[in-house]
Design a binder for this molecule. Structure first.
Ligand code: HEM
Length: 290
């Protein structure tokens, strides 16, 4: 009806809606990451093992959704194929880069730590199963993943990349830093620089979103909220792992760190880390509420 037109025209874009819906969660997560990043780097540590653990866990998100994104042409549902085709941007894909970075990191770590990473990888598969399950049930929520996980790289990710790169080749134990994940390559096949890539992503996202029904759009908003929660859960998971110098070998249990911490070698040092970290988190929280 004509009288409804002004209201309909005023509907925010999905991107704006997602930004508004996740503002608080983003703010909290942002704080969590800012306080923890220094713990992975000099002068706090001389080893890239904590960074490797973080990447092992967070990579689960990209591995899970990009696996399905790669199947974009296989959809028999025409509308879904249009949506997936629209947001499939090869230059954005992170899976290969993550694999390369983690392999490079492992090649520079002692065997014992490589094994710890293997255990952590198995344990954190629970996150990727959750994502795969969600996408299998509601493929349209793919938009939540592409919006959140790629735009994160173009914003906070740039800042994180600068911090990590500043650690230098001594810390990374080689001339080539294992940081290709954070990089889109200034020159790519279409000669797009990062800002152009970000603009292209936003435009393609907007176009793909225009094919969603109202219910599906609501699902994307919900899934984006859940994804921010999942990221926070990953931070918690890493905090717990950090307190026990990585979870017990062979264990497949989730988040049961308190039992593991006491008798584990290196627990004292790691409890100190955790203590430092809590202080930083508390300081950071204070900063945000003042
Ligand atoms: C896993 C962690 C994070 C996720 C998933 C995430 C996700 C996002 C997303 C989806 C956006 C929206 C982009 C847009 O609407 O254009 C964004 C914006 C932004 N993020 Fe993050 N982010 C994370 C961590 C961080 C961190 C650690 C920082 C700080 C260093 C940060 C700083 C920013 C800034 C400055 C913006 C731009 C805000 C704006 O344009 O309104 N983010 N992030």
């Amino acid at each position: 009806m004509a009288s409804h037109l002004p209201e309909e025209a005023a509907q925010p874009s999905l991107s704006e809606e997602l930004r508004a819906a996740t503002r608080q969660k983003h703010h909290a997560l942002n704080g969590h990451i800012i306080t923890r990043l220094p713990l992975c780097m000099p002068p706090h540590t001389n080893s890239p093992i904590s960074y490797a653990k973080g990447m092992t866990v967070f990579s689960q998100i990209y591995l899970a959704f990009e696996e399905l994104l790669a199947m974009h042409q296989a959809f028999s549902n025409e509308r879904m194929r249009v949506i997936y085709d629209g947001i499939y941007i090869p230059q954005l894909l992170r899976t290969k880069r993550l694999g390369n970075d983690i392999a490079l990191l492992k090649s520079r770590l002692p065997q014992k730590e490589v094994e710890e990473l293997g255990v952590l990888d198995k344990q954190s598969k629970v996150f990727s199963w959750r994502i795969r399950d969600s996408l299998a049930r509601r493929p349209h929520v793919m938009l939540a993943y592409t919006w959140t996980m790629y735009l994160a790289l173009f914003n906070g990710g740039r800042w994180i990349r600068r911090q990590l790169a500043s650690a230098g080749s001594h810390f990374w134990r080689g001339e080539v830093p294992p940081l290709s994940f954070w990089d889109f390559g200034v020159v790519d096949q279409d000669n797009l620089d990062e800002d152009q890539l970000k603009t292209a992503l936003k435009a393609k996202f907007g176009e793909a979103a225009s094919h969603l029904t109202d219910d599906e759009r609501g699902d994307v908003v919900d899934e984006t909220n859940r994804l921010f929660d999942l990221c926070s859960e990953m931070v918690d998971f890493l905090d717990q792992g950090a307190s026990v110098n990585c979870p017990i070998k062979g264990s497949t249990s989730r988040f049961s760190p308190s039992k593991k911490s006491h008798h584990h070698q290196g627990a004292h040092r790691n409890l100190q880390d955790l203590h430092d970290l809590r202080i930083r988190v508390a300081q950071n929280n204070r900063k945000h509420t003042e």
